[in-house]
Design a binder for this molecule. Structure first.
Ligand SMILES: *Cc1c(COP(=O)(O)O)cnc(C)c1O
Length: 475
């Protein structure tokens, strides 16, 4: 497909500008361009066709099944976008005075209250633009908390080996030493935890249910042990889809937390667009929160800077419209609906897991939470077909592949997260497709190392695309 620049035809236009009623103004020659600006010149119909055709070449949640694990690619109801597009929200300036944007401040306040209710935290702020950004910000707070107490020797962060890669990255970027502990049957090994806990530990970072979709039933004992040595517990709640309205990280013993509003709370993601890593904490950490936070005083809302604030971590207030979508989602579902969403997410994952266990090897049997992992190493050993090849073949059936090769502790891993928004007919279709692919592997009639066969491009050089992307046209 040609680029918009290549479709440019001299003097083709989209708009007819009205005649100006301002007198001509002669700009000094020294300010004028010497060469013509390189913008595409195109008629409206060609412009519309260009972008419509382009949009058909990509694949998103609105196109079909998208079970990317640890990502929560749920369908986002369009009503939440409509709320975010309301002029009162989308056209306000971040420089407005507090009195003029009380409604916007109320959105921040109400989101804070609702998400605190869901997580068992005391205060929630929304400046960080991603989950990783919120992790980094929380660790800054934890560091300042200990320094303020005069406790300067806590230099370690404990992270289980099933963790999302952003956890060790955030800890390391904050100057902490990362202590990785090996999991046992997919969850925390209490003996291993005991071995590394001492007064040099600042915090444990944990996801529960973890990236294997397993709920750690020893959670109360884990957080108790961490607290006993004076360290804090951080909850990576990027995917809260399994437990919303059912149990609270605050009650599990966590001191601070982040939620990805762009995963669980209805902002579309995947293209690197605006997100919010909502950061929550218990009251004893509130003084360290990034500024500004919103407080309510005599029925009105105002910005406030916490005493020991780590200061600003983003411009203005973060991605405010993401918050409008989240609040709209929460209000539409209500507390019963939120719980039902989680129950259905867990039900859908277990339905798929149970059906697929007949065809695939499960590294962890029994019930899962919102996601589950399959181990395809027997196909690699028996037929030379890797998890990657199965993912590529799924594209021919117009399905987005699951997450692959993650978590690292399962070889040839495929990690599915169907989410609550898929109907049984879609799950059945996906199961049928996966069974069909396994039959293809066993029959050997089709060389799956060459799949996909029906897409515009087949196998791309993904390493090159990631390391040396060409994202600029021409020079
Ligand atoms: C997605 C995810 C993150 C990182 O969130 P970003 O918004 O991509 O930075 C962290 N932890 C877990 C468990 C995740 O799934």
């Amino acid at each position: 497909m040609n680029l918009i620049f290549e479709k440019s035809i001299e003097n083709h236009r989209c708009t007819i500008l009205p005649k100006t009623d301002i007198a001509d103004y002669k700009i000094d020659d020294s300010y004028l361009r010497k060469t013509k600006v390189k913008l595409p010149e195109i008629a409206e119909v060609d412009l519309v066709r260009h972008y419509t055709n382009l949009s058909k070449k990509t694949f998103g949640v609105d196109n079909g099944f998208y079970p990317l694990g640890s990502c929560t690619m749920k369908y986002n109801p369009k009503v939440n976008d409509s709320c975010a597009a309301l002029r009162g929200f989308s056209e306000i300036s971040p420089n407005s005075d507090e009195e003029d944007v009380q409604g916007a401040l109320e959105v921040i306040w109400e989101s804070d209250r609702s998400l605190c209710e869901i997580t068992g935290m005391d205060k929630m702020v929304f400046q960080p633009g991603a989950g990783a950004h919120a992790e980094f910000t929380s660790l800054l707070m934890i560091k300042k908390y200990f320094h303020t107490k005069g406790d300067l020797n806590r230099t370690k962060i404990i992270i289980p080996d099933s963790a999302h890669g952003t956890n060790p990255a955030s800890a390391s970027m904050n100057g902490f030493n990362v202590i990785s502990i090996e999991s046992k049957n997919g969850i925390i090994d209490l003996e291993k935890l005991d071995q590394v806990l001492d007064e040099s530990v600042a915090a444990l970072m944990l996801t529960n249910p973890n990236t294997l979709g397993l709920y750690d039933k020893g959670i109360l004992e884990i957080t108790k042990k961490v607290h006993a040595c004076g360290a804090l517990c951080y909850y990576d709640g990027a995917n809260l889809n399994a437990i919303m309205g059912i149990c609270k990280p605050g009650a599990m013993g966590f001191d601070c937390i982040h939620l990805n509003l762009h995963k669980t709370f209805s902002t579309p993601h995947g293209g690197g667009g605006p997100g919010v890593g909502a950061l929550g904490c218990k009251s004893f950490l509130m003084d360290f929160l990034p500024t500004p936070i919103v407080i309510k005083e005599n029925e009105s809302f105002k910005f406030y800077k916490p005493v020991n604030s780590i200061n600003k971590v983003t411009a203005f207030y973060g991605n405010f419209l993401v918050l409008v979508r989240a609040l709209s989602y929460l209000k539409h579902l209500g507390s019963n609906g939120i719980r039902e969403a989680s129950e259905n997410a867990v039900l859908n994952a277990n339905y798929m897991k149970a059906k697929l266990s007949k065809t695939f090897n499960e590294p962890f049997s029994g019930y899962c939470m919102h996601e589950f992992v399959l181990d395809l190493s027997s196909f690699k050993e028996g037929y030379g077909i890797r998890a990657l090849d199965v993912c590529k073949r799924m594209l021919d059936f117009k399905m987005h592949p699951p997450t692959m090769y993650f978590p690292l502790i399962v070889h040839e891993a495929l990690m599915f997260e169907p989410t609550e928004t898929e109907g049984k007919h879609t799950l059945d279709k996906a199961i049928e497709v996966l069974e069909k692919i396994v039959n293809e592997i066993k029959s050997g009639n089709l060389d799956l190392t060459q799949a996909p066969f029906t897409t515009e491009y087949s196998r791309m050089d993904e390493v090159k695309a990631a390391r040396n992307p060409i994202i600029r046209y021409g020079n």
